[in-house]
Design a protein around this ligand. Sequence first.
Ligand code: NAD
Ligand code: TDX
Length: 339
Amino acid sequence: MTRKKILVTGGAGFIGGNFVQYLVDKYPQYDIYNLDLLTYAGDLIKHKHIEAKDNYHFVRADIADRETIMGIFGKEKFDYVVHFAAESHVDRSITDPGVFVQTNVVGTQVLLDASRAVDVKKFVHVSTDEVYGELDFDPTTFFTEETPLQPNSPYSASKASSDLLVRAYNETYGLPVNITRCSNNYGPYHFPEKLIPLTISRVLNGQKVPVYGDGKNIRDWLHVIDHCAAIDLVLHEGVNGEVYNVGGHNERTNLEVVKTIIKTLGKSEELIEFVKDRLGHDKRYAIDPTKLENLGWKPTYTFDTGIAQTIQWYLDNQDWWEQILSGEYQNYFEKQYNI
Ligand code: NAD
Ligand code: TDX
């Protein structure tokens, strides 16, 4: 039997990186190709322990580079594509939206064309709950797969645009697809520009933690490994053309998240610094995951067990995040925050 070839785009980043490791360990019978441009958000240090494995392969390329991508697909003829590669940080999309359109929209279209050209059996597009816009603070309301798309940031608008292209390639050309829309992830290898790893790394370094506005905005948190298991299930069992929301009912205000981390690390809440609010800051996200649960998925972490595991991981892997903080990140942080 020939081995299945699975292309994972963005496999040097946070979620894609965890997913590559998950696949390489779980499926020795598949060949896993990690295609990544290695932008500021990607690194291969996280894959040191799998790089020598026979079923792991790395290709450096820009998903928006049509000629190169068509060439790679023509040569490798992937069976499945799981597409994570994206510009992913909302704050960066507010200061520099252009690259979000280029990577998230144009890049996705190039991958769809390349997938059509080699008759990929399934294209899983990893999207986000942010495409639905925002909810108010009524705790009985949730995003379902039928919620209209109303993205508010340049980032979420670029993701919604890519979702619509994926849908159109399914309807028009019959390309087999699924779209997943997950809530906020956290866990190992989360880049320290995002709230949870930013808070952990700054608290550990005794630095102020910037909280936007009044800190009352709500996010729905899911451990990255539970997201990986959801995507694996959708890849193997998802019904062609369907969208699946992913979330574990773990809503927290940003202030609750920051205070939990400070308390776990035994530090003072005086480290909290309220700063100017994010432009267009979405109030609340909350996912109804019933459809995915009916497919057989359930999360393994609660927020309490997941955040404890994550904090311990950042304590044990200081080298990984310290080398990020010492690079270009310094310039970004100084421009973004005035603290
Ligand atoms: P990330 O920023 O950590 O990683 C993105 C990866 O994509 C990096 O390795 C980067 O080098 C690569 N990349 C960027 N531009 C590229 C290009 N032009 N060509 C090839 N590779 C490129 O992102 P993440 O947080 O791991 O998110 C992964 C995906 O999951 C994104 O599509 C994001 O929209 C989606 N998502 C994220 C979350 C979350 O909470 N982080 C939640 C739901 C969905
Ligand atoms: O310094 C900060 N202070 C702060 O109060 C940062 C970076 C964030 N925040 C707030 C903004 C949000 O309400 O914390 C919340 C979480 O912010 P981020 O970590 O930037 O995540 P978010 O904007 O919610 O988007 C994330 O989840 C959905 C990912 O970055 C997206 O890629 C994903 O699609």
